[in-house]
Design a protein around this ligand. Structure first.
Ligand SMILES: [Zn+2]
Length: 389
């Protein structure tokens, strides 16, 4: 497959990207003669970037609406509050079988151009996942909510796995102290990947391999976020959306919020989604280089924008193509006629903000199954074309 005449972010000249056996085979100038391929898609005014890596989500919690109606001091206050105030709402969503909830969580990510998601919690057991659901870490919930966390943290059988833990999610002493406690009891000096770190200091950050920044979730819960401008020199910053319990389904909204804080440069923010995450999770992806896994997104270049300005303007409706390990997982209707020769079996049609997309698998059937349990759940995609008024 050749993706022709696409602009790599940061490159001045358009290129052709050739994909072969699930890997990036070569990248050549768009005006050079490429090797013949069974499928050649030539684009016009399009950008290409590595499939995004979402380093924090709970796949099975993405049918929840945002729960909470005030600012909290920390995650325990929020957690205890929502279990009381929204007891029935939570029970109703949890009645939907977890595999259905997790499958939707996977689609939530794919529809935004995410090709790797780090799932926190129980293994979702998805059959034939369409993106990489990363599970090679040891998930502990948090210092306050994980029972026997000290014993689990010091389990020698798991010592080679990175520890993936919510930490410092608050704006009070409890949140500061729990980070120190976690560091103190990390007796085996395991690699720590902290999530949130709103109250994390530069000194504490040095003890972490990485911090997953989730500004959307932080502002919703705490009206405050991690001081990543001060932490980035001491640990690697990754990016996470968390679930829809605390934020939008759409990572692009999270990214625009992150950018607005001005805490990271555009380049540094971009790296949280690809190179930084690929390094920490040891993935052969995260850049457009020969030999890397072909996890790629092609999107319409927003009018009048270039490079990172274009990237951060994107919306799910602008995505033209998502490729995961060389396989097409999603494409825009505008390239349908150019895809002859591709087995269309197994794709289904949905609309995002009025734009028609074909996605692998039967997403309409999944939505119907979920709605059979809860007809009132709102999905960001529709099955039928929206009526123009
Ligand atoms: Zn979380």
């Amino acid at each position: 497959m050749i993706l022709g005449n696409v602009n790599i972010i940061g490159n001045n000249e358009p290129v052709n990207v050739r994909v072969c056996n699930g890997k990036l085979a070569d990248i050549t100038p768009a005006d050079s003669k490429s090797q013949a391929s069974h499928l050649q898609l030539t684009f016009n005014d399009a950008i290409i970037f590595p499939g995004l890596i979402n380093s924090h989500d709970h796949l099975d919690f993405n049918l929840f609406p945002q729960l909470g109606n005030k600012k909290y001091s920390n995650y325990t206050e929020w957690g205890n509050y929502i279990h009381k105030a929204y007891k029935n709402e939570i029970a109703e969503i949890l009645q939907i079988p977890a595999p259905l909830r997790s499958e939707w969580g996977m689609y939530k990510n794919l529809l935004c151009g995410i090709t790797t998601v780090v799932n926190h919690g129980e293994k979702p057991g998805l059959k034939n996942a369409l993106i990489t659901v990363f599970e090679e870490s040891h998930c502990l919930h948090s210092v306050q909510f994980e029972k026997n966390w000290k014993i689990k943290l010091n389990n020698p059988l798991k010592k080679n796995l990175p520890v993936n833990i919510h930490v410092g999610e608050g704006d009070d002493l409890l949140s500061i102290n729990e980070i120190d406690e976690l560091i103190k009891y990390n007796l085996l000096k395991r690699k720590l990947v902290g999530i949130h770190g709103v109250s994390m200091s530069a000194k504490q950050a040095e003890k972490f391999e990485a911090l997953v920044w989730c500004p959307g979730s932080n502002y919703f819960l705490l009206d405050k976020t991690a001081q990543v401008n001060r932490l980035e020199k001491h640990t690697k910053i990754l990016f996470g959306t968390d679930s829809t319990l605390t934020g939008s389904w759409d990572i692009w909204e999270h990214l625009r919020l992150a950018r607005k804080t001005g805490l990271l440069s555009d380049e540094a923010l971009y790296c949280t989604l690809n190179q930084n995450a690929a390094t920490i999770w040891q993935l052969n992806s995260g850049s457009i280089d020969e030999g890397k896994d072909a996890d790629l997104v092609v999107a319409k270049n927003p009018v009048g924008k270039k490079d990172l300005d274009a990237f951060f303007e994107l919306r799910p409706a602008d995505i033209l193509l998502v490729i995961h390990k060389g396989e097409i997982r999603l494409f825009d209707e505008s390239i349908l006629t150019r895809l002859y020769g591709i087995d269309m079996y197994g794709f289904s049609k949905v609309f995002i903000a009025g734009a028609c997309k074909y996605v692998k698998g039967d997403l309409p059937a999944l939505i119907k199954k979920i709605k059979a349990y809860r007809p009132d759940i709102n999905f960001p995609v529709t099955i039928k074309e929206p009526v123009q008024v």
